[in-house]
Ligand binder design. Structure first.
Ligand code: ADP
Ligand code: MG
Length: 349
């Protein structure tokens, strides 16, 4: 996990807006040739060359999208970047720049903002992303963080949600359900802590789940890997709301149906053991748990040989005619209609 040990408190008011911007951005370096001008002028300048430009934005609000009582600021910064990069990779593109806009109340000292930016910087270094600008302002209550990611791709490489065809295979990277369970574990510990602050949580059985919740990694490797395998997906989406909801997006936009198989869903052993402990159905969690930031894509059935046996991929089902709807085939061979509920619905249920 990332370190989070900044005990001093320097008031943001003492520093001023320009002092703050300077302070938090001075350690960032540029690593992409497409970044012509980054921070410091009225606008950043990028060189798109012959490629197409991809842009994706997310807005995160304290109390709605994150809870700072168990999300350290450095992790928040890191994760906020991941969420955006994931959207660029889900288009089969390369991410190269971000902008970061921030509103904070006077509850936050400079050291808190430093932690946030340490996470953003770690993400930028690890994923070779240039911070090229943003905006900084005050808020009357809490923190708001908006990140925009910019990427590029050759026109013929970009993959949309609307190209899936009947008989295409449905492929998933990595495993699913862990991030949602990580959140459940953290929320349980928060409640225990509120009742008894002396209680030291023992989280050894949940390390993978918590890591997936607090420090997710976007699948930067996948567009390159697909290119190497000479596979161009017919559709692709990142798993932010759970695969059930993502399959609905793909099927609706592609005008098709799908069948996925319960016994093919890739689950980590910690997901299985924690579902047993929490008395949750692991298939429901796999379908509707969110924030895994894996990629879900479809490929023509002719690509089967290129995909099968690759440890990065699980083939979880196939695309059908629209009239067949979206179905889960259980271990017992029963056909159940998929529900479109994302993890927010799960949270409120
Ligand atoms: P302007 O007055 O033109 O909005 P600012 O003073 O807000 O300019 O910003 C100065 C420079 O610092 C710009 O290049 C801007 O993109 C960048 N910047 C401002 N806030 C942030 C931030 N939170 N993170 C990264 N860059 C920032
Ligand atoms: Mg500004």
């Amino acid at each position: 996990m990332l370190e989070d040990k900044n005990q001093n408190r320097t008031s943001l008011a003492d520093l001023g807006e320009f002092g703050l911007i300077n302070h938090i951005t001075k350690y960032f370096t540029i690593s992409n040739a497409s970044t012509i001008k980054a921070i410091g002028d009225d606008a950043a300048v990028l060189d798109a060359s012959q490629k197409q430009t991809l842009i994706s934005t997310d807005l995160l609000i304290e109390g709605v999208h994150f809870d700072l009582s168990y999300m350290p600021l450095k992790h928040l910064g890191y994760k906020a970047v991941m969420v955006n990069l994931s959207d660029i990779y889900a288009m089969n593109a390369v991410a190269e720049q971000i902008t970061v806009s921030l509103a904070v109340s006077n509850r936050f000292p400079l050291e808190a903002i430093e932690e946030l930016y340490a996470g953003i910087q770690l993400a930028c270094e690890t994923y070779k992303i240039d911070l090229i600008g943003g905006d900084t302002t005050s808020s009357t209550k809490g923190m708001l963080l908006s990140i925009t990611a910019i990427g590029k791709a050759a026109k013929e490489d970009i993959v949309f949600r609307d190209g899936a065809k009947p008989t295409d295979l449905i492929v998933l990277t990595g495993d699913i359900g862990a991030a949602y369970l990580g959140l459940q574990v953290l929320e349980r510990e928060k409640q225990v802590f509120q009742i008894n602050p002396q209680n030291q949580p023992d989280l050894d059985n949940y390390t993978y789940l918590i890591e997936r919740q607090l420090k997710p990694e976007a699948r930067k490797d996948i567009p390159g890997l697909l290119k190497e395998l000479q596979v161009k997906p017919t559709s692709m989406i990142d798993v932010s709301d759970g695969i059930s909801s993502e399959l609905f997006h793909i099927c609706t936009q592609s005008n098709v149906g799908c069948k996925i198989y319960e016994d093919k869903l890739p689950l980590d052993p910690q997901v299985i053991s924690t579902c047993e402990e929490f008395e949750l159905d692991s298939t429901t969690i796999a379908l509707s748990g969110g924030e895994d930031y894996e990629l879900l894509f479809t490929v023509p059935i002719d690509d089967y040989e290129k995909i099968k046996g690759n440890p990065n991929f699980s083939i979880i089902g196939h695309i059908t005619e629209k009239s067949q709807g979206l179905e889960l085939i259980t271990r017992g061979g029963q056909e159940i209609p998929l529900k479109a509920q994302g993890w927010n619905a799960l949270k409120n249920s």
